[in-house]
Write a protein that binds this ligand. Structure first.
Ligand code: HEM
Ligand SMILES: [Ca+2]
Length: 604
C-alpha cells in the first residue's frame, strides 16, 4: 500500500520542545496489559507520545505575523478578509440542505470520534462577553480575536449586531507552563482511538466516572432510565448557555452536552459499557471490579476502532482510497505496530481539515415512534448545550430511531443555515460555526490552503487561475476579490470549496491531512485491537467475536429500541428486510472467548 504519512519527525523544530523541556518523566511497565488512562506509555520509549495534555504537532511552520502568536497577514501586509465576510460571499447563499444517501449517524459518529482524538479549549475566562468590553488597549488577549459583522449582513443586521464572540485557544505557553514559540494549543484528549471521551483522558476524571463496583461506570437514574451522571453546573460550564436549565451530564469529555445526537452517543456507550460488565461478570463471577472495568473498556475501544477503519473512513475518504493507503482492516493482515511513528494529532487536522465534515450535519432530528411514524422533529440549534429534551417520555429512543431514518446533509461547501447563524456555544450571542472555523485556523497559526496543497503533493498554485482544476471558476473569481493573493486563502476555505473526491465526502486536500492522522494514530498505537504479540493482545477467538459487534449492538443494549438497521450508516427505510431484531442481535454478541479458567491478569 502507498504511504500516506506526512510526518516523520521532520516538521518544524517547535514540535520537539515539549518533549525536550516539559514532558513529565514517567516509568512504564512494559508488561502492562491495559492502556493507561491518559495514553502515556503507549510508546515505551517516547512515553508522552499520544498522551492527553500534550501539544498538537505542526506539519508546517506556523503562520503568525510575528512568528509567535499574532494572526497572520496577507502577502501584501494587509489584514485577512473577515471570516463573516467570507461566509457571506462564498458560502451562506448556498446553505440549503440537500439530503445525503447516508443517515445522520455518519456525522454523529464523526463528531464522536473527533472528541476521542482532539480537544483544544477556548479560553472562556475573564469577561462574560468580550463584545461588551471597550477596546481600550487593555483587552485581555483571549478577547482579541472577536469577529466583526458587516453592517449589511443579511441575517445579523436585523438585530443590528456588529460583533460575534470568539475566544482564543489555550496554548502551551500561556496556560500549561511550557514555553513553545510559535505558540501551539494543547490537545486535552488522547490522540489514540481509546474512548477517552467516554472514560476520561486523565486519571482523576476516569476515577470520578467509575463506581468501583462490578466494573461499572456511574449512571443517574432519570425517569426509569440510566443516563450519565449529573454534574455540578459550576464546574465546567458545559450547560451554562441557558438560564432555564435542568439537566447537565458529566462524561469523559467536556463537550458531552453539546448537541442531542452526541448526548445519545455518550449515553449509549456508557450503558453499553455497563451491559458488557454484566455479561463478563456472568461468565467470570470471580473477576473483580478492576478487571471487569478494564476488559469492558478494551472491548468498547476495539469496537470503536473497528467502526472507524471499517465503516466510517471508507465513507469519508472513499473505500478504494482507504484500501490503497493502508487504512482498511484485513483479518489476515493484522496491524503492524511501528514505534517510530508519532501518533500526535496535527493542528492542520483539528483546526482545519477535519472540520470540513461540519458541512454534513443536518439541522434537525426527527422523532420516530415504534411504528416508524415520524411524530415530530426538533431543531439542532435550539438544543445546544441543553440535554433536557432527551430525558422526557420516549424522546431518547424516538430520536435514536429517527437518526437511522433521517438523511444526513450531502457534502457542500456551505454548512447548514442555522449552524451558520444561530448557534449558542457557551458564550453570549448567536454564533456562526464557519466563521469560527476560519478564525480558529488563524488563531492556531494554520498555514494557508496553498501551502498545505503543496505539502500534500499537489501543485503549488502561482495564481488563482492555477486552482481551476480544483475549485469552480465562480468561486475562484470571488476568492480573487476577497484575498490579496493565492497564498493567502485559509485552509478551511479552500478545503470546503474543493468538491468531494469520487466516492468520498471531502476533497483531496482535506483527505490528505485527515489520512495522515488516522494512519499514524493506528500504526503508532501499540494497543490497537489487532496488533499481535503485545502483553494485552486479544486472542483469535476474541478478535473473531469483536469483528461481529457493530453499532447496532451498542444501540440495542443502550436503549429501548427493539430493532436496528442492518447497515447502521445507510439511510434505511423501515422495511423488515432492512432491520434486525434487537433481542436476536444481542444473542449474537458472544463473549464466551472472555471466559477464563486462569488469570493472566493476576500478576503472573
Ligand atoms: C452536530 C454536530 C456538530 C457540532 C454542533 C459541532 C460544533 C463544533 C464546535 C462548536 C467546535 C469548536 C469550535 C471552536 O471553538 O473552534 C467544534 C470543533 C471541532 N469539530 Fe465539530 N461539531 C459537530 C460535528 C462535527 C463533525 C461531524 C466533525 C468531523 C467529522 C467535527 C469536527 C470537529 C473538529 C475536528 C473540531 C476541533 C476539535 C478540537 O480539537 O477542539 N465536528 N465543533
Ligand atoms: Ca483518545
Amino acid at each position: 500500500s502507498l504511504n500516506p504519512v506526512l510526518y516523520y519527525g521532520n516538521g518544524p523544530p517547535s514540535n520537539d520542545i515539549y518533549y525536550l523541556n516539559c514532558a513529565p518523566q514517567v516509568i512504564c511497565n512494559p508488561n502492562e496489559v491495559y492502556r493507561t488512562v491518559n495514553g502515556s506509555c503507549n510508546n515505551l520509549e517516547h512515553t508522552a507520545w499520544g498522551a492527553s495534555t500534550t501539544p498538537f504537532i505542526r506539519l508546517l511552520e506556523a503562520a503568525y505575523a510575528d512568528g509567535a502568536y499574532e494572526f497572520r497577514r496577507q502577502l501584501d501586509g494587509t489584514k485577512l478578509p473577515g471570516p463573516r465576510e467570507l461566509q457571506l460571499a462564498l458560502f451562506l447563499y448556498r446553505s440549503r440542505d440537500t439530503p445525503d444517501i447516508y443517515n445522520i449517524h455518519v456525522s454523529q459518529f464523526g463528531q464522536w470520534i473527533t472528541h476521542d482524538m482532539s480537544l483544544l479549549l477556548p479560553d472562556i475566562s475573564g469577561p462574560k462577553s468580550c463584545c461588551d468590553i471597550s477596546n481600550d488597549g487593555n483587552t485581555p488577549f483571549q478577547c482579541q480575536a472577536l469577529i466583526s459583522i458587516p453592517i449589511d449582513d443579511p441575517v445579523y443586521s436585523e438585530s443590528s449586531t456588529t460583533c460575534m464572540e470568539f475566544r482564543r485557544a489555550k496554548t502551551a505557553t500561556r496556560y500549561f507552563n511550557c514555553t513553545i514559540t510559535p505558540q501551539i494549543p494543547m490537545n486535552l484528549a488522547t490522540s489514540f482511538i481509546d474512548s477517552s471521551q467516554l472514560y476520561g483522558p486523565e486519571p482523576d476524571k476516569a476515577a470520578e466516572l467509575r463506581t468501583f463496583e462490578n466494573g461499572r461506570l456511574k449512571t443517574e437514574r432519570i425517569n426509569e432510565h440510566d443516563y450519565c451522571p449529573l454534574q455540578n453546573r459550576n464546574k465546567w460550564p458545559s450547560c451554562d448557555a441557558r438560564d432555564i436549565w435542568d439537566i447537565c451530564f458529566d462524561a469523559g469529555d467536556p463537550r458531552m452536552n453539546q448537541n442531542t445526537g452526541l448526548i445519545i452517543y455518550q449515553t449509549s456507550f456508557t450503558r453499553f459499557h455497563n451491559y458488557l460488565t454484566q455479561k463478563l461478570q456472568r461468565l467470570n463471577p470471580e473477576w473483580e471490579d478492576e478487571v471487569l472495568y478494564q476488559e469492558a473498556r478494551r472491548i468498547v475501544v476495539a469496537i470503536n476502532q473497528i467502526l472507524v477503519y471499517q465503516e466510517y473512513l471508507p465513507i469519508i475518504l472513499g473505500k478504494k482510497y482507504t484500501e490503497r493507503f493502508g487504512l482498511s482492516l484485513n483479518e489476515f493482515k493484522p496491524t503492524q505496530y511501528d514505534s517510530s511513528i508519532m501518533p500526535q494529532v496535527t493542528i492542520e487536522f483539528s483546526a482545519g481539515a477535519f472540520r470540513v465534515p461540519h458541512n454534513t450535519f443536518a439541522s434537525k432530528y426527527n422523532l420516530v415512534d415504534e411504528n416508524y411514524k415520524t411524530t415530530s422533529s426538533i431543531k439542532l440549534h435550539e438544543w445546544i448545550s441543553n440535554p433536557d429534551i432527551l430525558v422526557e417520555r420516549s424522546n431518547f429512543d424516538d430520536i435514536l430511531r429517527g437518526m437511522a431514518q433521517t438523511p444526513g446533509r450531502a457534502p457542500s461547501p456551505s454548512y447548514n443555515f442555522p449552524i451558520s447563524n444561530f448557534m449558542r456555544f457557551l458564550i453570549p450571542g448567536n454564533q456562526d460555526l464557519l466563521s469560527w472555523d476560519i478564525q480558529r485556523g488563524r488563531d492556531c497559526g494554520v498555514p494557508s490552503y496553498n501551502h498545505i496543497r503543496e505539502l500534500c503533493g499537489f501543485k503549488r498554485a502561482r495564481s488563482f487561475d492555477d486552482l481551476a482544476d480544483s475549485i469552480y471558476i465562480n468561486d475562484l473569481m470571488k476568492l480573487k476579490k476577497l484575498y490579496a493573493s493565492v497564498d493567502d486563502v485559509d485552509l478551511i476555505v479552500g478545503a470546503l470549496l474543493e468538491p468531494p473526491c469520487f466516492g468520498a465526502q471531502v476533497g483531496p486536500t482535506a483527505r490528505c491531512i485527515i489520512t495522515d492522522v488516522f494512519y499514524r494514530i493506528r500504526y503508532a498505537d501499540r494497543f490497537f485491537f489487532d496488533v499481535e504479540n503485545q502483553p494485552g493482545s486479544f486472542s483469535n477467538e476474541q478478535l473473531k467475536a469483536l469483528r461481529n459487534i457493530d453499532l447496532g449492538h451498542v444501540f440495542c443494549a443502550g436503549s429501548e429500541i427493539y430493532e436496528v438497521p442492518k447497515k447502521i450508516f445507510k439511510l434505511s427505510s423501515n422495511r423488515r428486510s432492512n432491520m434486525r431484531n434487537c433481542e436476536e442481535h444481542l444473542l449474537k454478541l458472544d463473549l464466551s472467548a472472555w471466559k477464563t479458567n486462569f488469570s493472566y491478569f493476576n500478576g503472573n
